[in-house]
Design a protein around this ligand. Structure first.
Ligand code: GDP
Length: 196
């Protein structure tokens, strides 16, 4: 798959220090522990592209992975740490809102949420900002292997119902980094966004 070409390009301390707004990119966001690193590793077939299970509360960088000269994946820091000071949270929210609104090269946002508890407050905020910015959203219900097939389908239907309330281009799929369930669907959406 095209995504196996992914190579670490750079880290940035925050969104305002990202590379020039050229080419096209897709961003990945989610609460810490949602399975974002595992999903990026599964997508790119690389074991350690994105590091999994970081220490909670530590300052995290934005990591950028190049697919080719024009296309890249942007791994945004996980959110939702209880320990992070409120001023830092506010700063991050403002910067994130700005990024979603103003970044020309940004073609879509993947929001990763644990299938057992999707659409928490910050997830919803993020999706609202993306929809406001007319950006397509892929809501990924991660760790789908944790649920039996009946419960998994039920969660997916509920999430698709919830997604309608955002009144935007919000696609929902289930995904497992463990057994690769949903991987081809994710690749399909990303290939479309990245014009691959
Ligand atoms: P991140 O903080 O969002 O980058 O989350 P990680 O990718 O580090 O995953 C957090 C935890 O969930 C780790 O213990 C992973 O092994 C586990 N995890 C991630 N994806 C899956 C999955 O698809 N299935 C299962 N069973 N566990 C997963």
């Amino acid at each position: 798959s095209y995504f196996t070409n992914a190579k670490f390009a750079t880290s940035a301390p925050d969104i305002r220090h990202l590379m020039a707004d050229e080419g096209i990119e897709v961003a990945f966001a989610g609460r810490s522990n949602a399975g974002k690193s595992s999903a990026l590793n599964a997508l790119t077939r690389q074991k350690n592209l994105a590091r999994t299970s970081k220490t909670p509360g530590r300052t995290q960088l934005i990591n950028v992975f190049d697919l080719d000269e024009h296309r890249r994946l942007v791994d945004l820091p996980g959110y939702g740490f209880a320990q992070v000071p409120i001023t830092m949270k506010k700063k991050w929210q403002i910067a994130l809102g700005e990024y979603l609104q103003k970044r020309e090269s940004l073609r879509g946002l993947v929001v990763l949420m644990d299938i057992r508890h999707p659409f928490k407050d910050l997830d919803q905020d993020l999706i609202h900002w993306a929809v406001d910015a007319e950006l397509p959203v892929l809501a990924l219900l991660t760790k789908s292997d944790k649920l039996k097939s009946g419960k998994r389908k039920q969660q997916l239907l509920m999430a698709r119902e919830a997604a309608l309330a955002f009144c935007g281009d919000v696609t929902v799929h289930t995904f497992s980094a463990l057994n690769k369930q949903g991987l081809s669907e994710v690749e399909g959406v990303l290939r479309q966004w990245l014009q691959l």
